[in-house]
Design a protein around this ligand. Structure first.
Ligand code: HEM
Length: 149
């Protein structure tokens, strides 16, 4: 059954990359919105607008893109001969992807705190957090393209 996917390998990979672009775009933008949200007063019109933007970004772009990235990536990995599950590049990529999922979970938690007017972090904190998906993306792309080990 999985060998039947082999002729579609490049198509699946193309859509995997498209889904990843959407997921990463959202992962870069959401913490940026948190930075600006920190600059607003609780209960203000601006703050309420940020809540809507954050919810729509997460529900309409980030969550579906993450699910598509995962399904398409898993399909690629299931095609015989594509991935040696014991190779260093694959293990490193999977660890970085797991960290990206953890970051996704953390962003959901922070968004809910903002939604309930219970944000616990500073603007500076979100500025630092904003760098995490960039670092993970660089590691993942180098692993899948260069396959250094
Ligand atoms: C969600 C879990 C993921 C799984 C299961 C997965 C799995 C895979 C697999 C099996 C391939 C094919 C590798 C090959 O043809 O040598 C692939 C390709 C690729 N993946 Fe993922 N991936 C995931 C997430 C990601 C993420 C988060 C990124 C980027 C931030 C990413 C970027 C890429 C790129 C750029 C390629 C194309 C590499 C090439 O053809 O040279 N993937 N992925």
């Amino acid at each position: 059954m999985l060998i039947a996917l082999a002729p579609y390998y490049l198509w699946i990979k193309a859509f995997h990359i498209i889904a990843i672009i959407a997921w990463m775009a959202g992962q870069f933008y959401l913490p940026r919105l948190f930075v600006y949200h920190c600059q607003t007063k609780v209960g203000s019109e601006e703050s309420e607008r940020f809540k809507i933007m954050e919810r729509k970004l997460q529900r309409i772009i980030i969550n579906p893109a993450m699910i598509c990235s995962f399904i398409l990536g898993a399909l690629l990995a299931s095609i015989p001969g594509i991935v040696d599950m014991h190779s260093g590049w694959w293990i490193t990529k999977i660890i970085a992807v797991l960290l990206l999922f953890a970051f996704h979970g953390a962003c959901s938690r922070w968004r809910k705190q903002f939604l309930n007017d219970k944000n616990k972090h500073s603007e500076k904190f979100y500025r630092y957090m904003n760098e995490i998906p960039t670092i993970l993306m660089i590691i993942i792309v180098i692993m899948v393209v260069i396959k250094p080990f």
